[in-house]
Design a protein around this ligand. Sequence first.
Ligand code: MG
Length: 162
Amino acid sequence: MNTPTIRIGHGFDLHQLVEDRKLILGGVEIPHHLGLLGHSDADCLMHALADAMLGALALPDIGHHFPDTDPSNLGIDSSIILSKVVSMIQEKGYFPGNVDLTIIAQRPKLEDYLPAIRTNLSSILGIGKNCIGLKATTHEHIGSLGREEGIATHAVCLLFKK
Ligand code: MG
């Protein structure tokens, strides 16, 4: 059976917003009165993107590779998780082509932080900023995300074999 040289992946992640936690998205700490709850730093953007890349190669998700039962993952910077996933796909001969992400956050307004997030992703993925789509949208006050109970991110990526 032929193995394709171009592969698409999709990832989705959501974390709950709570008090007394930092809000970290795409490796950037964003001033807000609530932060995301999780075993790691709960960076749902990094998690969605990592899952998209793993999914592109039909590998198990980050919960498998970085389980929350492992104390060494407690409070881990999700940039490390994403970097390890990039290494994993490179070991299989694949490289990121482009990625596209949509953050869903009713608040805070994220526009001012998108350039710094894009810089982080460019560095971790080893691709130009012109290959990193990054948008933030609200949830129009509808449902749990609209009530500011959490923040979510959708991610898609294209991987190619050199
Ligand atoms: Mg997560």
